[in-house]
Write a protein that binds this ligand. Structure first.
Ligand code: SF4
Length: 371
């Protein structure tokens, strides 16, 4: 058996099926996960009290973690920590820890302590095929889907640095394009021993309609964030080519059906691009589009990504005016995203794995839904 054929012990469906086939009680699995989380360099034989058949199965088919942390970078203010994670196939993704606990001082005492409000931004794919023009990851194209285990392992690695309370799927990739692995990973994360509350997990999508249609049934009580970024279809298509496959009218119908079923507010992400979608008329169009919805709009100042994008950053007063129109004229709760981690390329839409270098440098689309 080659090294690459080992599976992550966090590949939940696979390990359950292997245990079932070998007649091993699957109830041992969560305690195996707990041991692995607490003992980063453990060997299978270290885990106490498993049936003999479990040790031999684990040794022949599984690794405690198939990925490894390649590097850890803290932002200058130590609020953001970026982990570069190397996958078994040689590709890399990043996961970013963001700390918000102002009550504990800027860093919550020990910057690595995280405090009670650490949020983890997780990647779901290597690269992304959606090709959003403002996003560095979009320039990479699609490389591969992460497995359930590779998604969960980002939480395992991060939780050894900071206690994680919130999770956002806003790292590299379109999570709903890796739907099966995403659903399974979230089910692992919300169960023992992770026990992250579903209400503390947000999945962000550009608007994959067929997946939105089943999202609530598969993952009740999660938060859904939609990267709308424009109030009309032609601007959406201009900045998000994938929007051609998901017409705005049909997307809004899917969101209305989702909201009716879930009774939950929807988070709308809107990146502010100078002269493209940040004029007063766009704010009014957006307000009208959303007036029948229960939403929170999150305005995102564009992070310059050098030569990778032709867009400019909207002036602060334009962002403020846009926010005021949505709030005052259309009565829509609207926040402006705080920029975090720019000095380590850990901010939204800023980052990309540099394929020309052996060592990957960064990723994209790190978003913060603060509430
Ligand atoms: S913004 Fe998100 S969906 Fe769009 S290309 Fe970047 S990673 Fe993909």
């Amino acid at each position: 058996m080659t090294t690459t054929s080992f599976r992550s012990v966090f590949d939940a469906a696979f390990i359950r099926s292997e245990f079932d086939q070998s007649g091993i009680n699957t109830q041992f699995i969560p305690s195996i996960w707990k041991y692995v989380i607490q003992n980063p360099n453990c060997e299978w034989r270290d885990i106490p009290s498993l049936p003999a058949a479990a040790y031999s199965l684990l040794s022949s088919k599984f690794k405690p973690c198939t990925s490894a942390v390649d590097s850890v970078s803290d932002s200058a203010d130590e609020v953001t920590t970026k982990l570069l994670i190397k996958l078994q196939n040689g590709a890399s993704v990043e996961t970013v820890i963001m700390r918000y606990d102002s009550s504990l001082g800027k860093y919550g005492g020990n910057p690595r302590s995280g405090g009670p409000r650490s949020t983890l931004c997780i990647s779901s794919q290597v690269g992304c095929k959606m090709g959003c023009k403002f996003c560095a990851t979009g320039t990479m194209g699609f490389k591969s889907n992460l497995s359930t285990g590779e998604i969960v392992e980002q939480l395992v690695h991060a939780s050894r640095i900071s206690p994680i309370r919130n999770i956002v799927f806003m790292g590299m990739g379109e999570p709903l394009n890796n739907y099966t692995a995403l659903v399974e990973a979230i089910r692992v994360m919300t169960s023992y021993p992770f026990q992250i509350s579903p209400r503390k997990i947000t999945v962000s999508t550009v608007g994959i309609i067929h997946a939105i249609n089943k999202f609530h049934d598969d993952l009740p009580n999660l938060n859904l964030a939609v990267s709308l970024h424009a109030p009309v279809q032609d601007i959406r298509c201009q900045i998000m080519p994938a929007a051609r496959a998901f017409p705005l009218g049909k997307l809004m119908d899917a969101l209305a059906a989702y909201q009716k079923k879930s009774q939950q507010k929807i988070f709308i992400e809107y990146i502010m691009l100078d002269g493209v979608n940040d004029e007063e008329q766009h704010a009014h169009q957006l307000g009208k589009l959303l007036e029948t919805f229960e939403v929170v709009v999150n305005l995102i100042p564009f992070n310059p990504i050098g030569t990778l994008s032709q867009f400019g950053t909207s002036e602060d007063d334009k962002v403020t005016k846009f926010q005021r129109i949505l709030r005052n004229t259309h009565n829509i709760r609207t926040t402006v995203r705080k920029q975090m981690g720019q000095d380590i390329s850990g901010a939204c839409g800023q980052l990309v794995i540099d394929l020309s270098k052996k060592k990957s440098t960064s990723l994209t689309d790190i978003e913060d839904i603060r509430r």
